[in-house]
Design a protein around this ligand. Sequence first.
Ligand code: NAD
Length: 296
Amino acid sequence: MPAILLDGHALAAEMLAAVRAEAAALRAAGRPAHLAALIAGHASSSEVYLRNQKKACAEAGIDFELLQLPDTATEADVIAETRRLGADPNVTGIILHQPFPPHVNERRVREALDPLKDVESMTPANFGRLVMGEFDIAPSTASAALEVARRARPDMKGLECVIVGHSEIVGKPLALLLLQSKRDSPTVTVCHVATRDLAFHTSRADLLFVAAGVPGLIRREMVKPGATVIDIGINRVKGADGKSRIVGDVDPAVAEVAGHLSPVPGGVGPITVAVLLRNTVQLARVTGGGRPGAGS
Ligand code: NAD
């Protein structure tokens, strides 16, 4: 039987309805949520994400502001702009779009970001809170992948879970999120580019998350029958017709063996944007943009 496809658009719509209600309440209270996106240089990889964010903010009733710095912006310029946004009482959330130009150290910029406005939860302070299990919001893609997986597997206790990819924005935070519960967590294995026998690990996973950025990396024979497979990859490839399209890291034939599969496009992607906006209203509720009565 073919896998049940996990529809990210439907789940995102549910989440966005709740975000919209929260954003309207904040606006009525005189402290609207306001997301500022900072981009330095021309990162074509973030264009789709940026466009989706802008559109989703408009639909959710969240103010959106784009700050585009030129390619020539120095690291000091980017840090100064990040600090300025942190001090701006109207800005309740900030997103730093990567990649920055090569001469800008992303880690140093991230350190300059106010953790209370860090909607992606990627500052060292917020990452530390994630490790310690003391967090209100979590990195959006990792949270989104977990939200989708929970639809298929609400109870993950003791499951064999394999994550392919150990980046700071996806694999590592996802592993930490999966290990939050002291008693009910799955057993988590994290694979990466140096993993010796990838198929050995993936083929025993009840729950398989893939975020490697390699089209078709996970093939049918690498998946346990009935497994839940969450494809996080977003890769632009050229088809036989010469047209470019978006594919994931999981070969479509995996649908013949998996129990549940999140498709690309239409799986984790739309939910990532919904989580980002949920994080934005959540932080806006706490910071209140620094206006009188904020945080009450
Ligand atoms: P990255 O390049 O930072 O990390 C890739 C990870 O995959 C590394 O841990 C690397 O060791 C591992 N890897 C690479 N090749 C491998 C192989 N052959 N076998 C095993 N492991 C391998 O990438 P990232 O930023 O984590 O993104 C990963 C994918 O997720 C990309 O396709 C990206 O576009 C996508 N992504 C999607 C969303 C979303 O909203 N759905 C958000 C962020 C990233």
